[in-house]
Design a binder for this molecule. Structure first.
Ligand code: SF4
Length: 365
């Protein structure tokens, strides 16, 4: 697409018309409440729309305002977030809510330049809140927008480089409709999410195909240019489910660990391939001399991917003779099925408990 102003105008009008007609009816699109928009943007980071919707609705029922977040105990917020992953998001949201209360009297700032200084608010989130809730003409650039722009203009540099990111931002800003910044930004993201798909762009259905350079040249599959493929690190873990008298043992992660405050099963990495699973568990159990074993058996394997890590987890249920604990002031707690519902669990622990969506441990009262 050339930089001719008329072409930009054609692009804006076509995209906005299409967005008004074909946008998905997502719950955060029915509001202009900056708090609800901010919440949705944070939840949507690295998480799919389908996963976010029920969490978003439940969270708003429990915490209807930024003040309610600021006043909440961290444990309650973590519990509401449990299962969404990337828990730093909710910790930062809590800190940001307290800052909004203290520095802005509970009113979320309107300007990109102020929003960007809140904990957990980066360029993307600040631009999304400023444009969607307050109409500030600032372009939002996420992965979808980068892909669309890369194809519209046939950008030849690797899309992951800083130079490319800067170029994409610049082009997005020149395309932006400053009178309808919120709708325009959402329209461009929606086009990337539903039409200009990563591997199979639906060009015949695309509203802006006559303005797209990659489509005109028949080279859409060459864009965006990615030189390096992501490399995954494969890791294997055992997790121990100590069980006794209808209770199960959980450990709370300490303040120095990531996911601090969340509850999990004791988890340990498999360091050597030379041991069998049984030998490795027997070896690990030596670290728990207070745990007198009655019997042990393996449960279904759980898989979990986080960032570039692919984790395979082998859960082992270890029935103990008694509900001992190492000493006072330890991070462990024996919990019942009922208590389990009120604790913020790590995603791996939730997957072990609910491998197919149902709770599968009859051993718990
Ligand atoms: Fe993407 Fe195809 Fe539309 Fe170009 S024509 S923006 S490649 S969907």
């Amino acid at each position: 697409m050339s930089r001719h102003p008329l072409r930009h105008t054609a692009f804006r009008n076509t995209l906005l018309d299409w967005y008004v007609k074909y946008q998905r009816p997502l719950p955060w699109r029915k509001t202009k409440d900056p708090y609800a928009i901010w919440l949705s943007e944070i939840m949507l980071q690295q998480t799919t729309v389908e996963t976010v919707i029920p969490y978003y609705k439940r969270f708003l029922l429990s915490f209807p305002t930024i003040e309610s977040v600021a006043a909440s105990r961290p444990e309650r917020l973590l519990k509401a977030w449990a299962g969404l992953g990337y828990y730093r998001r909710i910790r930062n949201f809590h800190r940001a809510a307290k800052m909004v209360k203290k520095q802005y009297g509970g009113l979320i700032p309107r300007r990109y330049e102020d929003l960007i200084h809140l904990p957990g608010v980066g360029t993307y989130t600040a631009a999304a809140i400023a444009s969607i809730a307050f109409g500030e003409p600032v372009a939002v650039v996420d992965g979808n927008v980068s892909r669309v722009i890369s194809r519209l203009f046939c950008l030849k540099d690797d899309i992951s480089t800083n130079r490319s990111k800067e170029k994409v931002r610049e082009l997005a800003q020149t395309l932006l409709d400053s009178n309808k910044a919120g709708d325009f930004n959402q329209g461009l993201m929606e086009l990337g999410a539903t039409v200009c798909l990563p591997s199979r762009p639906q060009c015949p259905q695309c509203p802006v195909k006559r303005l797209c350079l990659a489509y005109a040249k028949g080279v859409t599959s060459d864009y965006p240019v990615k030189l390096k493929k992501a490399e995954y690190r494969r890791e294997e873990y055992f997790c121990l489910l100590f069980s006794s008298g209808g209770r199960i043992l959980l450990r709370q992660r300490s303040s120095s660990e990531i996911l601090s405050g969340m509850w999990e099963f004791p988890l340990f990495p498999i360091l050597t391939k030379s041991q069998s699973r049984e030998e490795a568990v027997v070896h690990e159990l030596r670290r728990y001399p207070w745990a007198i074993r009655k019997e042990a058996h393996f449960l279904p394997i759980v898989r979990h991917t986080i960032m570039n890590r692919r984790m395979t987890i082998y859960p082992c249920l270890v029935e103990l003779k008694e509900k001992n604990l190492p000493s006072k002031n330890n991070p462990y707690r024996w919990v019942s099925r009922q208590q389990l519902k009120s604790l913020p669990l790590t995603t791996v622990t939730r997957k072990v408990f609910y491998p197919r969506g149902d709770f599968t441990y009859p051993h718990l009262d």
